[in-house]
Structures are given as structure tokens and as C-alpha cells.
Design a protein around this ligand. Sequence first.
Ligand code: HEC
Length: 202
Amino acid sequence: MAAPDQPADDPLTGHSYDGIQEYDNPTPGWWNAIFIGTILFAPVYAIWFHSANASNTVADSYQSALAANMRLQFGEIGTLEPDEATILTYMNKPDWLKVGAVTFASNCASCHGREGEGVSGPNMTDDRYLNVKTIEDIAKVIREGAKNGAMPAWGNRLHPNEVVLAAAYVASLRGKNLPSARLAEGNEIPPWPAAPVAAESN
Ligand code: HEC
């Protein structure tokens, strides 16, 4: 039975379900082309997306943007030497100390505590140290690690400037004497030397 408003050139399909009939209107060719196109595209894209060599994920591009930004910033200061004068100088540059704080928060806080108060790694807010006698030793321990890797070596994982800035940040935590779950450990060492006179803060 033809529906009353059925156009002459638009035939009905032959079937009827519960009395419901259907015009024979196949999905348009362009629609089918897009549909099949997405099916063909999906496995190619999936393989490309998951391939290990390309940095395709949002997290990857965020990391490379961070690294690019870091290189841009570090362009200003060149490569820092992990020596006493440099560490003391950067302890007095609040903007750069923040970079050290970020490095610390993302790599070190899990063992040393968010404020450096000590968790599985020692408290760094008091005057006692296990492996540190001079301020340079902080950078050395960060680069080389300590106690057979209980303190991991970061020399290959951090930019040399990150090592120096993290060292400056760690040095700046001294004297906060935060309450710690850890017992006092190591030996009391002399105060850090005064910052070099040339250190202007920025
Ligand atoms: C996996 C846990 C762990 C991580 C992550 C870690 N540390 Fe340590 N760190 C330790 C341990 C444990 C020690 C103590 C080693 C020892 O007993 O001689 C230590 C010691 C140190 C020391 C010497 C402290 C002292 O009293 O002599 C410094 C400085 C230090 N870490 C800085 C850092 C910095 C900066 C980072 C991040 C870049 C970091 N650590 C990441 C576990 C860790």
C-alpha cells in the first residue's frame, strides 16, 4: 500500500514491520564514502599514534614543549658549573630558584618530602648531612647518587643547569628545620659560605 504523500519517483521498500513501511532511500554516496574512509583511516592512524618513535601524544608534546622552554630559558645563562660560587649565586636568584623547586617537586619530593622534610630520603632542612660537607657536595650527590643507588644518580637524567638549580634549592632548604618523620642523621656541618659579592638578585 503506497503512503498518500509518497512522491512518484520515491518507491517504498517491500517490507513492513508492524505496519511501518519504509521509503527506499539509501544513505547518500558521500555519506558512505566518509563512513568507509574513517574505517580505512582508523588502523593507519592507530599504528602511527602508538608507534614508539614519534612523539604524538598530548603528554609527549607537553614534555617536549617544556624541554624547549627550558632550553630557551637556559639560553640566557649558558651551562652552569656545579661549583660553590655558582650554587651560592643561584640561591640568591628567586626566579631561578623556582626552577630548582620545580625540578625538586617533580623528581625528588617522593623520597625527600614536598618541603624536603625527609621520607625515605633524609631530611634536608636541618644542619645534619650524610654525604655533604660542602655546598658543592650537594650537586655531586645529585649527579652521582649515593648509597648504591638508594639515592639515584641524576647526572644523565637532568640538564646540568637543573642539577645546579636543584642543588641551590636544596641548599636553600637548610635552616627551615621542619618536623620530620626521620630521626636526625649524619653530622652537623658548618654553615654555607656567604654568597659571592657579585651575586645580584633577579
Ligand atoms: C628513590 C628515592 C630518592 C629520590 C627520588 C631522590 N633521593 Fe636524594 N637521597 C635518597 C636517599 C635514600 C639518600 C641518603 C643516601 C645515604 O644514606 O647516604 C639521599 C640523599 C640525598 C642528598 C644528600 C643528603 C645528605 O644528608 O647527605 C641530597 C642532597 C639529595 N639526596 C638530593 C636529591 C635531589 C635533589 C633529588 C631529585 C633530583 C633526589 N635527592 C631524589 C633518596 C632519594
